[in-house]
Design a binder for this molecule. Structure first.
Ligand code: APR
Length: 312
């Protein structure tokens, strides 16, 4: 009899709590909510609340809260949100020095306790955090991925659907590149049930939608004083589910490039296949020369961030 997968969530804050709620509702496995000792009560309290929620909604999942790394041993999937979120007026890059130290500590513990785990990083600035995670753990590139593209693409899909007055279900879109101002909405692959959006929306409108997408996280930070958590959690759960159920989904995600798209030793948002092997493949798609130039610019911005991180 197969055992339930063990899903460990590092960080029991806003995104961590929503991740736990979704993982439980979808019955993806048993959930461990981990946080620092000062926040152990928060982790335990959310876990208990969510277990009680299961008796109302009717899901079978054991959810526990902890601040002990021993409880994380043997995880199948780890989703990392440890760190601080943005406050209004901050860019994701402003979080670098605080969150880098946190990620280094988390990565060291994961290496010791969960050597075979599939790691999904959410903490910002994402591209630098996921790079550090791979560097410190030494895990294979297939086992360390960053969540950004699914979220950024969801934002783009929403804005396109609202502009067109169509269901969000029919809009497919892909945002590549770094998870920052330089992200690249790849309009040549944005369609409404196969119809290219360029046939349906005027260029000026599309430009405005692209700009709103790139600032989509900041728009929410400005409104509520902290960063988004529902859509980020759903996006990471889609990636975890693709791994646990071997779905072979093609999703945009921050992956470690070893020559793909001309990049090396760099995490950046590219289309990947996620299945039981983790990031099984980076899919290299054709881009227009304008899109490739934007991706190169985004890669340069990520490299700058990595260089800043290396000095810390
Ligand atoms: N180990 C585990 N948890 C930690 C650590 C650590 N070393 N350091 C901090 N945390 C915890 C905090 O105690 C807090 O409970 O991480 C949690 C973060 O939760 P929130 O502050 O609610 O932030 P959240 O909105 O969940 O965002 C987390 O994801 O999208 C990114 O920019 C966002 O970097 C931020 C991260």
């Amino acid at each position: 009899m197969a055992k339930r997968p063990k899903i460990v969530l590092i960080g029991a804050g806003n995104i961590g709590g929503e991740l736990a709620a979704l993982a439980a509702r979808k019955e993806l496995g048993d959930v461990v909510l981990f946080d620092i000792p000062d926040k152990e009560g928060l982790a335990k309290g959310k876990a208990l609340d969510l277990e009680q929620n299961g008796t109302v909604l009717g899901y079978d999942a054991h959810i526990t809260g902890t601040s002990s790394w021993d409880d994380c041993a043997g995880a199948d999937v780890v989703i990392v949100t440890a760190g601080v979120p943005r406050k209004p007026g901050m860019s994701r890059d402003d979080l670098l020095s605080i969150n880098l130290k946190i990620i280094r500590g988390v990565a060291g513990n994961l290496k010791a306790k969960c050597p075979d785990v599939f790691v999904i990083v959410i903490s910002n600035p994402l591209d630098a955090m996921v790079y550090e995670m791979k560097k410190v753990t030494g895990f294979a590139r297939a086992k360390v991925v960053g969540m950004a593209g699914v979220l950024d693409s969801a934002r783009l899909q929403l804005f396109l659907a609202r502009e067109l007055g169509t269901s969000v279900k029919d809009v497919r879109a892909m945002v590549l590149g770094g998870h920052g101002d330089s992200m690249v909405p790849v309009l040549s692959y944005c369609t409404v049930n196969g119809v290219p959006v360029s046939q349906l929306i005027a260029k000026e409108k599309l430009d405005a939608i692209v700009a709103r997408t790139a600032g989509g996280g900041g728009e929410i930070v400005k409104l509520m004083g902290t960063s988004a958590y529902y859509a980020p959690a759903s996006a990471a759960i889609a990636m975890a589910e693709a791994y646990l159920k071997d779905q072979k989904r093609l999703l945009p995600a921050a992956a470690f490039c070893e020559g793909e798209y001309g990049y090396r030793d760099l995490y950046i948002g590219v289309p990947v296949i996620i299945g039981a092997g983790g990031v099984e493949r980076i899919v290299v798609v054709e881009l227009t020369s304008e899109e490739k130039a934007l991706l190169d610019k985004s890669a340069a911005a990520v490299r700058e961030l990595l260089e800043a991180g290396a000095r810390l």
